[in-house]
Design a protein around this ligand. Sequence first.
Ligand code: 13P
Ligand code: SF4
Length: 374
Amino acid sequence: MSAVIPIFDVEYEQPRESSGTVCDTKFAWARVPVEPSQEQRAALKDKIRRLLKERNAVMVSHYYVHPDLQDLAEETGGIVSDSLEMARFGRDHPAQTLVVSGVKFMGETSKILSPEKRVLMPDLDATCSLDLGCPIDEFSAFCDQHPDRTVVVYANTSAAVKARSDWLVTSSCALDIVRALKEAGHKVLWAPDKHLGSYIQRETGADMVFWNGACIVHDEFKAFELEALKKQYPKAKVLVHPESPADVVALADAVGSTSGILKSAQEMDAKEFIVATDNGMMHKLRTLNPGKVFIEAPTAGNSATCKSCAHCPWMAMNGLAGLAHVLETGANEIHVDPSLGLRARLPIDRMLAFTAALKAGQAAGSLVPNIGAA
Ligand code: 13P
Ligand code: SF4
């Protein structure tokens, strides 16, 4: 059973253009599960707890999915995290089945890292505008035009695009990796998120060329309206995910991945925060910071194409009923061609080794091959 949920008072009537990407999100909104009643929720949660044990399975959830899927993951020994930690946790956990609540690239990354495990997702059609906007044939041709560049791709891509890359990054490690590449003399081909890419370029000064992709959620945040909101809340700190446009990032007190935003909210000495990322993030921000106030950054205004768009329609497709169903039946299993998976694993392993070594105190410069000054 599916229906359009009333989070938004304006539904997308047209396929929306997001940079080079045309995304018909109406399909995704139509597949968002109906909110279950209290009794149904309790029964579904009990069933999921039981099935997780019976199937030797663990939940791996992203911060943007429904609060029920975040809380249940933590309560049952799984994880709710950013995309980097989801990948690492899934790889290292002994469970033989991973139930990934998020979008398809997250399930695929888990499968690539753990080909021997079964990876299930509540809805296999949950995708991402960045992944949709970077088809492998066109991307491969773009890479062929720049043979002198090191290919760095964002995690929000297909297995085939990952397999064509040298390095994978997520928003929590992209700065460190590109900075190290620059210092080792690399020129970078970056894909697919142009906003994240231009943020990295501004911060590192690296020589980069960009694919023209964007996240349909973060692309909607509006600097003009954010400035007006800041005037309403003059003491508020602004936390921004770097998939947002440059003029929004310029207004930030802290820029970071989803886990970076959470960390900043916990560490910053402020009571009010304006948050420019998917509003699924509010659940964790509020439960971990009960004394603080979190306000959604504006997506509306003169240039807006929708009202309050700050929620990913594909993340919203994940629900308790879908999760219980896949655990019960084994449906919605992620498959990645084994030889493609082997190739796609190289850049992912590089990223995980880089971040682990950095955490252990190794110098970033020693973690990438030096090709001399460009
Ligand atoms: P994080 O890696 O920051 O969790 O971001 C994933 C994502 O899809 C953001 O839109
Ligand atoms: Fe992709 Fe944006 Fe959704 Fe993240 S929020 S999964 S980047 S469309």
